[in-house]
Ligand binder design. Sequence first.
Ligand code: GLU
Length: 466
Amino acid sequence: MTVVTRFPPSPTGFMHIGNARTALFNWLYAKHTGGKMVFRIEDTDRARHSEAAVQAIINGLTWLGLDWDGDIVSQFARKDRHAEVAHELLKAGKAYYCYCSPEELEEMREKAKAEGRATFYDRRWRDSKATPPEGVQPVIRIKAPLEGSSTIHDHVQGEVTVQNEQLDDMIILRSDGTPVYQLAVVVDDHDMGVTHVLRGDDHLNNTFRQNVIIEAMGWKQPQYGHMPMILSDDGSKMSKRKGGATLEEFQAMGYLPEAMCNYLLRLGWSHGDDEIISRQQAIEWFDLDGIVKSPARWDYDKLNHLNAHYIKEADDARLVELLTPFFDPSLRGAAGDAAIQTRLKSMMPELKSRSVTLVQMAEEAAFLVKSVPLDMNEAAAKLLDADGKAMLSQLSERFSALDVFTHDKIEETCRALATDTGAKLGKIMMPLRAALTGRDKSPSLFHAIEILGKEETLARISYAIR
Ligand code: GLU
C-alpha cells in the first residue's frame, strides 16, 4: 500500500502553528514511507473565502520547505461530486430525505435537552412512508447505526469507542443542495486516495460521524492519528488574538524554518532524547508511534536554543539574504548593495555566534549597513566624552598612516596607542566602538574595522569627534 497523507487546512488568512505541525507530520510520514502528501484547501465557507488566505497557507508550507503531490484541490470546486455521493447514498437506501420544518426541529431539540440526550433528531423521516409536505425542499440525512458501538484504533489515542446512540442521522446535503463539511471531507479523502489521516484531536468526534458515511459507501476507513493540541507557554489554548500562535509571527520574530520544523517536530513527537534532528533524520525516523499523547506546552527557551543552533549551521550567504527584511526599513535599500552584503557575509561568523534570532542579528549587524551620520544610543554617546574623543583623534591619525588595513595591523595600532599613552586598551576600544557602531556593544571590533575599511572607519571617527 502506498501511503497517502493529506493536509486540508481551512484558509483562515494565516497558518496556525498547530496547522504547521499537522502539515509537517503528514509530510514526514509520507516521506518516511515513500508515499505522498496531498493538499486540499477546505474553502467551502465562501463568506470568508479569499485568495490571499489561500496564499497565506501556501506561503507557510513553502517557507517550511514542505511540498505536496499533485495539484492543490479546492473542496468548494468539488461540491457537485459531494452532492452526487449524497444522492448515491439516498438511492442505496443508506440516506433519506427529511422534510422537518425549523419549528419541528426546535421542538425535538428542546425535548432532547430536557431528557439529557446528546442527539436530538428523532429520525421521523427515516423509513417513513408519509407523504412529503408540499413545497418543502428536503435535506438528506444519513442513516447512522441505531445500536452497538464504533471503535477506531487511533495511532495516537489508542482504541477509542463511542456508543452509536451518540451518533445522529446527520444532514449530509442541505436543502439548497450544498454538502455539509463532514460529507465533503469523507468524499475528498476517498477520491484523493488518502490512507492516513493525521490531524488535531479536536477532530476526533468528527471521525465517528465521518465513518458513518464511509461505512455507508462501503469505503475503506483510513488509518487515524489524532494529535493533541499545542498549548501556549502559560498552558492556555494558543490563539491568534493573544499572539505567538501563527507561523507568520514566528517568521517575523526571526526564527529559521529549519528551527521551526525541528521544534514543531519535537513538540509532538520524540525519538529518545534527541533534540536536534535534521530533516534527513526526521524523514528516516518519523513514525506514528513516536507521537506524544499529551498536549505539549510551547517553550521559547527550547525554540531559541534550536534557532541559535540552526543559525550557526546556516550558510552565510543565505543568512545575509534572510537578514534584509529584518533591518529597519530605512536600511533595507543599503542592505541590498553588493558591497554591504560582502561586509555582512564577512562578519557572519561573529554574528552567528552572538545571535538567537534574525531580529537580534539584524540589530547586531545594523552598523555594517549604516553610514555617517550614525545614530548613537545613550550609552555610546556617553563614551564619546572629551577623553574618548581625544583618544580617537590620535587613533585616527595612526589609522590614516596605515598602508594595509587588516585585523592584525588594526589591533597592533590600537595596542601601540594604549602603550604610548599609558591607557588601558579599553579606554581606546570603548569610544572606538561607539564611534563605529553607535552602540556600546558589538561583535569583535578589530575584524569589524577591517570589514568596514579604512575610508569608512576614518569617516565614522571623524564624525564622532566633530
Ligand atoms: N479543515 C480542517 C482544519 O483546518 C481540517 C480537517 C481535517 O483534517 O479533516 O481544521
